[in-house]
Write a protein that binds this ligand. Structure first.
Ligand code: MN
Length: 284
């Protein structure tokens, strides 16, 4: 049965999404438990590297389970074996990503081990940010619906609650048309990727006008937490703006302190275990 028919027959997209994720779990479980056989990349990966790559798979499952990504969106990690390379899945929906789907890319987006697999069309987002930001080791791109209103209006997305302080106090909006005119809005070249990376600057998140967002982190865990709370905060802010045009926002000092708490083991370990378990992934 074609997937579209299958989808149409099933009531409740949320239930359907979770069922899809569970169905894929036996596969991801196999990938996680299988001995490392060097299926991707040049050179070997030690135990720490393998954990990092498993977290890429976990991040895909988590972001799908939390409704941050849908059919589209992707996650990468800087390759700990070579900082000018990164690792991400081939062009597959995040809920379905398995360990053996991971591929290694040069910073310019050239795949090292394609083996016939089609890379994400917007992988240049990742390479351009790794090139510009030595402090960034994980990048997430998504189209979360709740952030879109803030990408097409003058209303800035700002952290309104302490758990969302991880998104940072300033979230710029990047408009591809300013430099590149009419496009399909996709980041298809390093030239476009570098323009986006410049707009991100030193921030954690950047919104893409009429498209989505990019979230970065020093680790996969940090990037995942920030991506989840960017979406949560966008929903809270949309609700808040129905009550008041001038809500009380977190101060810069509160943002810095709450962000530190969230990224400390007190917040991070608890959150990572929770989101992994919810997505049916073993926390690592
Ligand atoms: Mn996109």
């Amino acid at each position: 049965m074609p997937e579209s028919e299958d989808m149409a027959d099933t009531g409740g997209t949320d239930t359907r999404r979770r069922a899809l994720i569970r169905a894929g779990l036996s596969a991801v479980g196999t990938g996680i438990l299988a001995p490392w056989h060097g299926a991707f990349g040049q050179g070997t990966a030690d135990a720490d590297d393998r954990v990092e790559f498993r977290r890429v798979v976990a991040a895909n499952r988590i972001l799908a389970n939390e409704g941050v990504v849908d059919a589209f969106g992707h996650v990468s990690v800087r390759d700990p074996r070579d900082r000018e390379r990164y690792v991400m899945s081939f062009a597959r929906s995040p809920a379905l990503v398995e360990f053996d789907d991971l591929m290694v890319f040069e910073q310019d987006g050239t795949p090292l081990d394609a083996r016939g697999r089609r890379p994400y069309g917007e992988r240049m987002i990742h390479g351009a940010i790794y090139e510009a930001r030595a402090d960034v080791n994980a990048v997430i791109h998504h189209h979360a619906y709740a952030v879109i209103p803030f990408s097409v209006t003058a209303t800035p997305l700002v952290p309104l609650t302490h758990t969302a302080a991880v998104i940072g106090g300033h979230i710029p909006v990047w408009d591809i048309a300013k430099r590149f005119g009419d496009t399909d809005t996709l980041v298809r070249s390093m030239d476009i990727g570098r323009d986006l990376a410049a707009a991100l600057a030193d921030n954690t998140c950047v919104l893409m006008r009429g498209h989505g967002a990019v979230v970065v982190g020093a680790s996969i865990k940090e990037a995942v937490l920030s991506a989840i709370y960017l979406e949560v905060n966008a929903r809270i802010q949309l609700q808040t703006l129905g009550l008041s045009d001038t809500p009380v926002t977190l101060s810069d000092g509160e943002i810095a302190l709450a962000r530190e708490t969230q990224f400390s083991p007190l917040g991070m370990d608890r959150a990572w275990e929770y989101y992994c378990r919810r997505a049916g992934v073993d926390p690592q």
